[in-house]
Write a protein that binds this ligand. Sequence first.
Ligand code: HEC
Ligand code: HEC
Length: 201
Amino acid sequence: MSLVLSVTCGLWAVPPARADMIDTSGMEPWEVCGLCHSLDGNSRMAKFPKLAGQRADYIEKQFRDFHSGNRLNDGGQMEAITTEIDFADLPRIAAYFSALPPPPPFEEEDAAGVDAAVLFREGRGEIPACLSCHDGALPAAPWLEAQHADYVAKQLTDFQTGERTNDADSIMRAVAVQLSADDIVALSVFIAAQQRPERVP
Ligand code: HEC
Ligand code: HEC
């Protein structure tokens, strides 16, 4: 009788499980990123940019900008994540996503009557060619190709309206204010359908 009683009491003494009791010591620091950006860096939802094959320096800069409040157009999600990460791990996290194979391009759709390919490669009037910076030569400029069209359109609109202001010397804001709404749609669809260059080691 006393044995049964002590076993019962023992069971009652077990505390409820708590989130901070989960052992994360065996996890790589980029696994938490995979929840939104996918572990292969090829996110399924347009809300979350694809990070696969992206330039490592760019990934690091954006991460630091979300943390410092220099980039605020994330709806608070990235800012929250930056408080969960040991910054000593950031170079390894950026290197992990950068080294992944680039995402496959989306299928091209009708570019709404605007010659997005010319705008992208050659520019138009005062608008410089996107490729004059986004071709791997300018260290600060990310790869755009094969990104979700809706994400690209959101960034261009955010630069245009001043929601996103972390581009040094307003370099992207100066471009974005010259784009029409049709340009933004056409460019985004065109960009999503392009092959992202393989990483240059
Ligand atoms: C809860 C979802 C979520 C998680 C988890 C998450 N992110 Fe993000 N991340 C976002 C969203 C949303 C954006 C895009 C914000 C916007 O619309 O501008 C973003 C944007 C980014 C960007 C900018 C990419 C670009 O092309 O400009 C980088 C870099 C990034 N995240 C890195 C990370 C890393 C590294 C981790 C893990 C430590 C991580 N994220 C975890 C939601 C998440
Ligand atoms: C003079 C150089 C320059 C030109 C020209 C330029 N960009 Fe950029 N762009 C940049 C830089 C630098 C950044 C990164 C800013 C930062 O640090 O956040 C950027 C960022 C972006 C982003 C955000 C990408 C992401 O993953 O969040 C998009 C989208 C973009 N540019 C599209 C374009 C398009 C479309 C054109 C052509 C109409 C263009 N850019 C022309 C320099 C340029």
